[in-house]
Design a protein around this ligand. Structure first.
Ligand SMILES: NC(=O)c1ccc[n+]([C@@H]2O[C@H](COP(=O)([O-])OP(=O)(O)OC[C@H]3O[C@@H](n4cnc5c(N)ncnc54)[C@H](O)[C@@H]3O)[C@@H](O)[C@H]2O)c1
Length: 306
């Protein structure tokens, strides 16, 4: 296959580039570098099957391609609040452009959606049939509603044009090449712990998240792409923990001397987050295999040498 990975210089996108190249496919990585880095794909520059194109996919592009994976969007609260209009365009114009490109090539299309479509969920754990509890005007709406729109337009191309589409709802993912300054809990805790600084916990730290190591996620995305499933599928690790427990865990592995400091919880921050992955297990025969300790050690090692 010749695969277009939009957002391929970002955290997850760069791991997808590695994965498809490892399978023998050709990869075209298209990225505007708004939040990604060429360092993430530096090791691929001499690979004959790899091509990088700097382009903002909110503007159309034309290529011959067999599969299109849309991973191009600011993804962390720090970045989507800094780039609200780029985030809205990534969900809307960019999704249209990539769907048009897939349609023109009769190619497969896969959308990176998010657990944020469930908002601050009233159902726990979240399964794909839950419609969510999302504010259309709050600070997170530029990201959450853009992704909900992106899902809607993807389903419309599937239903009205017969395009082969896939939607993955990604829950918190971590690993090497996460950006150290993107403001999410995991890189914050690791950075502060490595520098023996105080560790900032928002709220009382009792809010929960479920962290999936990136290699598990990427394997699931590939399995979804080659499946026949057009309805959304959750991918994430159901091993739920409080953010305070995660902070303790990281402090312990690093041997940090920092103490915990508490700040106000950001507006609309979800209190609970845990995927129900029954559909992924049944349809894709997928289950995450990397435990939190092994994943954290690899991630911490990566951050040590940045
Ligand atoms: N990391 C997670 O835990 C997580 C969870 C849920 C969903 N996702 C989704 O997965 C995708 C990738 O997330 P990530 O964590 O790797 O983020 P990231 O910021 O590391 O990667 C996104 C990439 O997209 C590029 N990009 C953004 N807008 C673009 C545009 N208009 N044109 C071209 N390139 C553009 C950025 O430069 C960056 O390289 C995003 O769509 C995100 O919403 C990620």
């Amino acid at each position: 296959m010749k695969v277009l990975i939009a957002g391929g210089s970002g955290f997850i996108g760069s791991h997808l580039c590695d994965y498809f190249l490892g399978k023998g496919d050709e990869v075209v990585c298209v990225d505007s570098l708004i939040t990604g880095s060429k360092k993430n794909i530096e090791h691929l520059k001499d690979n004959q099957k790899f091509k990088f194109i700097k382009h903002d996919i909110s503007e159309p592009l034309d290529l011959e391609i067999d599969a299109v994976l849309h991973f191009a969007s600011p993804a962390s609260p720090v970045y989507y609040l800094k780039y609200p209009f780029d985030t809205l365009k990534a969900g809307s114009y960019a999704t249209h452009n990539l769907l048009d490109l897939a349609k023109k090539n009769n190619a497969l299309f896969l959308l990176a959606s998010t657990s944020e479509v469930y908002g601050d969920p009233l159902e726990h754990p979240q399964n794909e049939s839950y419609w969510g509890n999302v504010s259309s005007t709050g600070p997170r709406s530029v990201y959450d509603e853009a992704k909900r729109y992106a899902e809607a337009v993807t389903m419309a191309y599937h239903n009205y044009h017969g395009l082969k589409t896939r939607i993955v709802r990604i829950f918190n993912t971590y690993g090497e090449r996460m950006m150290p300054d993107d403001g999410r809990a995991m890189p914050n805790f690791i950075n502060q712990a490595l520098k023996h600084q105080d560790i900032t916990v928002y709220g009382d730290g009792s809010q929960t998240r479920s962290f999936c190591y990136v290699s598990d996620l990427v394997r699931g995305i590939y399995q979804l792409l080659i499946s026949d499933e057009s309805m959304p599928v959750n991918l994430g690790n159901p091993n739920e923990m409080t953010l305070k427990d995660l902070a303790f865990y990281i402090k312990d592995i690093v041997g940090s001397e920092g103490k915990f400091v508490y700040q106000d919880l950001p507006e609309d921050d979800p209190k609970l987050r845990c995927p129900n992955i029954t559909r992924a297990q049944n349809i894709l025969d997928w289950t995450p295999v990397v435990g939190i300790e092994a994943g954290l050690k690899k991630t911490i090692d990566y951050f040590k040498y940045l």
